[in-house]
Write a protein that binds this ligand. Structure first.
Ligand SMILES: Cc1ncc(COP(=O)(O)O)c(C=O)c1O
Length: 454
């Protein structure tokens, strides 16, 4: 019998993160100060982030060592398994070989733990006592709660209101690890109060929750803010996924034809794909497919422009694909993909034509999740089911052409806290939602007018 689980030897484990900025420097532009619209230097970020993280944010060194303390924590669940999805292949009757990298096996249940640990660690060693953050589906908030518990830090999580209500057990998990969690918008911050006064029934958004978490951290000496996606240092930490994957594929003599991941702010996609980008830039034939919800179509229908990361315009301006900082997406069940912006590094790769993007509807992703559950067995997060949908569609395409292509996707998290969404799917109560062009155009009108560069 052939094995489906592809492991790694201890000497193949990554000891440094891969920094893609070293290889695409000429395509990158700096963040801008939201007060002056001029390039922001590292000092401008100090009230918010640990110095080591700021250094990583602007670094163009290709490799950055992973501290021993982090390697020790990673070893609780890393390396993650690469699995050949043979039963899925058989069900689809495809000549394609399908593999998935299972990041759902971390203690909090997703890839977010890969960056939560170093973010808590660097803050801790610089004397910070308390962290603040936002969370969509609760995956990032719970991952950071896990990391804060490991390093003895306090945590305040602003959780997007619709997820706060739909995912009560993620709240429990945050609290079990000792974190505090409130629904956003809340009454604890000026920005939260302002939004509630204007839109009393709002379901919230990541943009609003980020404003609250930033405002909270900026007013306290003992606190820093952390972000679970979008920023360069987050993409950097996630590259352990792709670095392990490369070695695992080498161990079985496979070369991937297509790598697929879902994208909210881009971090699980970046983590898997970035270590393969130098191969593609060097001529290797490989496709990278980013999958997003059709209801929050940042890469597929957004503009490549400087924009704020949050609704209240506190964050630096980043050059990225965006739907506009005041865009509030519908309350879909993949809460972690409801973000108006996208990683500047991933955005640059999309602009360069290295990465392609597609949008998929909610009903179709839950149907794909159901096929996965009935073949491979485990329950994926609705976010990860976007990648499964695209992998299934690639495999069905291969069936038409007879091409035995190698498809690899990231299973970014498990869905055992998403049962209420699955319940609605089983009861035929999920709705598809195509974001109307007028609404996108309206929010694009509020993009900041930036003259930089030139
Ligand atoms: C399981 C899971 N996958 C994917 C995402 C999207 O984030 P990113 O694009 O940064 O990977 C999230 C965000 O919360 C998530 O919880």
């Amino acid at each position: 019998m052939e094995h489906n689980r592809i492991l790694l030897n201890a000497d193949q484990m990554p000891r440094a993160w891969y920094n893609i900025a070293a290889d695409i420097k000429e395509h990158l532009v700096p963040p801008l100060d939201p007060r002056t619209n001029k390039p922001m230097d590292a000092a401008g970020l100090k009230p918010l982030f640990a110095e080591a993280l700021i250094e990583q944010e602007v670094s163009t060194d290709r490799w950055i060592s992973i501290p021993q303390e982090i390697l020790e924590q990673y070893s609780i669940w890393r390396p993650t398994m690469l699995v050949r999805a043979r039963q899925l292949e058989q069900y689809l009757q495809t000549p394609a070989r399908i593999y998935y990298k299972n990041e759902g096996v971390s203690p909090p249940g997703s890839h977010k733990a890969n960056t939560a640990l170093p973010q808590a660690y660097y803050n801790k060693i610089e004397g910070i006592r308390r962290l603040t953050t936002e969370t969509g589906a609760g995956q990032w908030g719970s991952a950071l709660a896990f990391a804060c518990q490991k390093f003895g830090m306090e945590l305040m999580v602003y959780m997007v209101r619709c997820s706060f209500e739909a995912k009560p057990f993620r709240r429990t998990l945050i609290r079990l690890w000792g974190g505090n969690v409130v629904a956003s918008p809340s009454d604890l911050t000026q920005s939260g109060k302002a939004i509630r006064a204007r839109y009393p029934d709002t379901s919230g958004s990541l943009g609003i929750a980020i404003s609250e978490a930033v405002e909270d951290a900026i007013h306290r000496e003992d606190s820093h803010y952390t972000l679970g996606s979008v920023l360069n240092h987050v993409m950097l930490h996630q590259t352990v996924i792709g670095l392990e994957l490369k070695e695992q594929l080498k161990n079985i003599n496979e070369k991937p034809d297509v790598l697929i991941a879902c994208t909210g702010g881009g971090s699980n996609f970046a983590g898997m794909v970035f270590p393969f980008v130098p191969d593609k830039l060097g001529g290797a034939k490989m496709r990278f497919v980013a999958v997003e919800p059709a209801s929050c179509p940042t890469l597929t229908r957004g503009q490549f422009a400087y924009d704020y990361g949050d609704t209240a315009k506190f964050t630096p301006l980043l050059k990225m694909y965006t739907l506009g900082h005041d865009f509030v997406p519908p309350a879909i069940h993949a809460g972690g993909l409801r973000y108006h912006g996208q990683s500047p590094l991933l955005s640059a790769l999309k602009k360069m034509g290295v990465v392609e993007a597609i949008g998929v509807q909610q009903q179709a992703i839950f149907e794909a999740a159901k096929i996965f559950i009935n073949t491979e067995g485990s329950v994926p997060a609705p976010e990860s089911a976007h990648a499964i949908r695209a992998a299934i569609d690639e495999a069905l395409e291969a069936k038409k052409t007879g091409e035995p292509k190698v498809i690899v996707f990231t299973l970014s998290g498990h869905g055992y806290f998403d049962m209420s969404s699955y319940e609605l799917f089983l009861d035929n109560q999920l709705q598809d939602y195509e974001y109307p062009q007028e609404a996108i155009d309206r929010s694009m009108k509020n993009l900041p007018k930036i003259g930089y560069p030139g």
